[in-house]
Design a protein around this ligand. Structure first.
Ligand SMILES: Nc1ncnc2c1ncn2[C@@H]1O[C@H](COP(=O)(O)OP(=O)(O)O)[C@@H](O)[C@H]1O
Ligand SMILES: [Mg+2]
Length: 327
């Protein structure tokens, strides 16, 4: 699959985030090409792990999950903060890789070409005063080792080689824009007039290793994440689209549930706008959509269960009672 084909498939499940989709698609495309023997033998190409920057609930996990499903490679997620809370980072990392092998059905060779997503990487500050638990910095060192590629011994005493495992790190990096503004890199370049405004803009929006250092990432670690993609905060129209458009959108799911009982679910477009507005207030991206929607549907499912004669449910507003029609 080419990068553009990957993006097309991602579009079916993930709304917006075009830049992140493109960057990620190119990264995995080359990652898997590079790990093909023929190429690897010709030149030793270093692995390029990916960093996804975006607020909570903007689709970081969804993107990685969907990507690995499309590619048919094993995929696991881990949380950097829980790594920092354990006494034995080594054990925890081993457990992550073990899960990857389990996802590959015990096939170590398949697991070695899998994807590991590590979230909340921006919380790995080098904290002081932590007596027992691993400090963020030591977690970074431990992660660095497996990201560069190393042999890790598993529970089953088999070894997994992480050289061709693709690591994607994620984080919100709150306040990053302020840091970027202070460290603009290309403002001083004298222009010849031939530059593409699009290219200049994207160079200026680039996150530099120094910017990441302000979040407590050690230089070696930041250096291991050369590919950086940013996810946009979700706007109200995007939130509405998320409820409606993906193949497995919540609306489609509930319509299918009701349809299987012979009930038609009709929700006025205004309701999705209302839900999106509430979700914006909650500031958790698309994360709160499902909760609000399910709250709305709980009443409906409650009523439907008692009355098999109902053939249609119409919801005209988030703040009004649903209208039930019987045959
Ligand atoms: N861009 C998007 N397109 C479709 N659904 C999304 C998008 N962003 C978030 N979601 C929905 O919100 C939920 C949380 O998203 P997630 O990927 O876990 O966010 P993050 O990892 O960035 O915090 C997902 O289950 C998904 O249903
Ligand atoms: Mg996530």
């Amino acid at each position: 699959m080419t990068p553009s084909e990957i993006v097309k498939r991602l579009d079916q499940y993930v709304i917006g985030q075009d830049e992140a989709k493109k960057t990620l698609a190119v990264a995995v495309y080359w990652h898997f090409r590079k790990s093909d023997r023929a190429l690897a033998d010709a030149v030793e190409v270093a692995k390029s792990n990916v960093l996804l920057i975006g607020s909570t609930g903007t689709g970081k996990t969804l993107l990685c999950e969907t990507l690995s499903r499309i590619l048919g490679v094993p995929f696991v997620t881990a949380d950097a903060t829980s790594l920092a809370q354990t006494d034995y980072v080594g054990h925890e990392i081993e457990a992550i890789l073990q899960r990857l092998v389990d996802k590959a059905g015990g096939d170590v060779a398949r697991a070695q070409r899998g994807v590991v997503f590590i979230d909340e990487i921006d919380k790995l500050k080098a904290a002081s005063g932590q007596a027992r638990a691993a400090s963020g910095e030591s977690v970074q060192h431990a992660l660095l080792k497996i990201m560069e590629g190393s042999q890790v011994r598993l529970r089953s005493s088999a070894y997994i080689d992480t050289t061709h495992v693709l690591f994607i790190c994620g984080g919100a990096f709150v306040g990053l824009d302020d840091i970027l503004r202070d460290s603009q890199a290309f403002g001083f370049i004298s222009l010849s007039g031939k530059e593409s405004p699009r290219v200049l803009r994207s160079l200026n929006a680039r996150v530099k290793p120094g910017d990441l250092r302000s979040f407590g990432l050690i230089p070696e670690f930041a250096g291991r994440l050369p590919i950086i993609a940013r996810l946009d905060d979700l706007s109200k129209p995007m939130l509405v689209r998320i409820m409606l458009e993906p193949r497995d959108s919540i609306y489609n799911q509930f319509r299918a549930i009701l349809r299987s009982d012979g009930v038609e679910l009709a929700i006025d477009p205004i309701v999705f706008e209302q839900i999106a507005e509430l979700a914006l207030e909650y500031k958790a991206g698309a994360r709160s959509l499902r909760g609000i929607f399910e709250g709305l549907m709980t009443d409906v499912l409650y009523v439907l269960a008692d009355d098999p004669a109902i053939r249609r449910v119409a919801i005209g507003s988030l703040f009004e009672e649903p209208v039930y029609t019987k045959t």
